[in-house]
Structures are given as C-alpha cells and as structure tokens.
Ligand binder design. Structure first.
Ligand code: A2P
Length: 332
C-alpha cells in the first residue's frame, strides 16, 4: 500500500537526499509532506519534477501521515517524534536521540533487518561512520567472530549538516583567492587542514562520535563483548567518509578468505587495485549506494594470522544516512 510520508528537516543535507532517494527508488508514495523550521516555510523544493511547498513543523504536522523520515537534529526528534507516534506514524529517525534506548531498534538493513519488526513506533538509523564500518565488518564477523576493531576515520564535512558543506566551500574560495579564512561553525579552519572530530570530548578522552561507533556497533551486532576503539577525524572532503579498519578475529582469517566473504557481501563493492594503486576514495564513493572496500590485507603485525586491515569509503549522506533510512522504510 502506498504511504503518506513526511520528511522532518526536508531542507537539510540529509533531507534533500531523502527527496532524491525516494524518487530514484520509486518509493510507493501516496503523498509527500516537507517539514522544516519556520524559517523555511513557503520555500519550494522539487520532487519528481513537481514543486512542493515546505511547511513549518508543528505537533499538528502528522495527521494522516504513515511514515516520518526525521533528520532535523536530536532535540527536534526528541520534541516531535512522540507526537508523530501518537498520531499513528512510524518514525525512522536519523538523529542520535533514540539510538541507545533499549526497546528502539537500531538498524543497518544488511546487518539486523529482523530488528525492524520489534519497533514500537520509532526505528533509529545509526551514526554515519558506524553504518559505513558495519556494512563490510558484519559479513566477516559472521564468517569468523570479530573480537576487536581499531578504526581511524577521515570524515567529510557533510556529516555536520548542510552548513558544513557551505563552510568548506567558502573557505576553499577564500583560500584560492588568498583572502582571510573565516571560521563560522567549525571550531578550526577546515580547508588545507584536518582536526579531531568536532563533537564533545568526554573525561575518558574519547569524543562523542567515537563512543557512538563503540556502543552502536555492539547494539546493532547484538554483541556486547565486541571491543571497539576509534579515532575520528574531520577532513576537507565534501560528502563521503573514509575509514581505516583493523580487525582482530577469534580464529585466523586469510586475506583470500576475507576477500571471498567481502566479494559476496550485500552493500559492498571491492575497489582493490594494487598495480594501479587505486583504492576506495571519497570522490568515487560519493553518490554511490555501496560502501567501497579495498586495501584488503593480512595484518603483518600479528603472528597468529587473526588480523585483517581494510580501507573503506562510503557516501555519508546516502548510505550513512538517507539511503539506510529509506531501506529500513522499504522493509516496514
Ligand atoms: P531549516 O532549513 O528551516 O533550518 P542540516 O542537518 O543539514 O543542518 O539540516 C537540518 C534540518 O533541520 C533543516 O531542514 C532545518 O530546517 C531543520 N530544522 C532545524 N531546526 C528546526 C526546527 N526548530 N524545527 C523544524 N526543523 C528544523
């Protein structure tokens, strides 16, 4: 049955990608409502060649709606998702608001699609770096349990929202023109630079992004004992996240075995051209549905053969956010 769908945060980086993906995947729509802040009310966005007018999000926005795709920030989801559920909607929430609530499913469709059916109105879409890492690690974990993951990320500015894209673009223009670089929202200059992820750092020294990768992976994999450590870095790239992943398995895992598993994995495209020195890059991952996986190699620092290294790159706005949420909605 076709669905009446509302996008919360329709004018944002992920919101506008929802429009593209719903159109590209021919999502069965009965109607589409675009919601954003009062600042955007009256603004027009094009969907399937038709202009739709953005409305201000209020408690009353959800009458007659079946499905809400939410990406307007955690505080907005906390405030409005309960009203949407009370109005009978299912909310697929792209923010961190409900991810770690025990009875809210946290879903990567390639990993734990069976959790979708347990929902009580809200299904959480995981953190973007977590999704992009989980897609290739899960099939390896099924073949040979993963004991420990060590991850370094190279994260695009789109993860900060539409303003991240504008800020990098503005700084690139100023940089090329030899003008002073203006910092607006990022804490440091991003053009010709990189910095530790701009989320709050806790007493243990880990930032929030890193802790999300730890806790969310355990929840999605239903594997509380998996050990994860991450170092998350913001880099001057527009829209795809890249991650170096070191995996420790319970049993030895050869490069050939890892390659064989990954070649059959859903949502994975292998890009591993040693002769041409061409591996996953954010430019190639942008606008792609699959996570690109390469640099598949044995970890030579171990004598037990239990280590594999990977380099992966995935579109943060797409598989890291909007596509994953629409894939969840398709399975509802
Ligand atoms: P608006 O464009 O009207 O500010 P991003 O993550 O790319 O920064 O996008 C955030 C999205 O959340 C935008 O669509 C933004 O709308 C929306 N948003 C921000 N604050 C509110 C609010 N108070 N009520 C509804 N939508 C909001």
């Amino acid at each position: 049955m076709n669905k009446h769908v509302a996008i919360m945060g329709a004018t944002g980086a992920v919101g506008t990608e929802f429009l593209k993906i719903l159109e590209q995947r021919k999502f069965p729509l009965a109607s589409l409502k675009l919601l954003a802040s009062g600042r955007s009310a009256g603004k027009k966005l094009v969907f399937a060649g038709e202009e739709l007018v953005v409305e201000e999000l209020t408690d009353k926005s959800f009458a007659g709606i079946d499905l809400v795709l939410a990406s307007a920030g955690g505080s907005i989801s906390k405030k409005f998702a309960p009203a949407a559920v009370a109005a009978g909607c299912v909310v697929v929430d792209n923010t961190s608001a409900f991810r770690m609530v025990p009875d809210v499913p946290l879903v990567v469709p390639e990993v734990n699609p069976e959790d979708i059916a347990r929902h009580k109105g809200i299904i959480a879409n995981p953190n973007c770096s977590t999704i992009i890492m989980n897609v290739p690690v899960w099939p390896l974990h099924k073949a040979n349990p993963v004991k420990r993951l060590v991850i370094s990320t190279y994260q695009a500015v789109s993860g900060a929202g539409a303003w991240g894209l504008w800020e990098l673009e503005e700084q690139m223009r100023a940089y090329v023109a030899g003008q002073p670089i203006q910092k607006k929202k990022f804490p440091h200059q991003i053009v010709n630079n990189l910095f530790s992820h701009n989320s709050a750092v806790g007493e243990h020294g880990y930032n929030e992004e890193e802790i999300k990768m730890v806790n969310e992976t355990r929840k999605i994999f239903h594997c509380p004992e998996i050990r994860v450590t991450a170092t998350c870095i913001r880099v001057p790239v527009m829209r795809a996240h890249t991650e170096a992943i070191n995996i420790e398995f319970a049993q030895p895992m050869s490069e050939a075995q890892a390659r064989e598993v990954l070649s059959r994995a859903a949502g994975v495209t292998i890009v591993d051209d040693r002769a041409g020195n061409t591996f996953p890059m954010p430019l190639d991952a942008s606008d792609q549905d699959d996570v690109l996986v390469g640099r598949i190699r044995q970890d030579i620092s171990r004598e037990d053969g239990c280590g594999i290294d990977l380099l992966v790159s995935g579109d943060q706005i797409r598989k890291g956010a909007a596509l994953n949420a629409v894939q969840i909605a398709e399975r509802l």
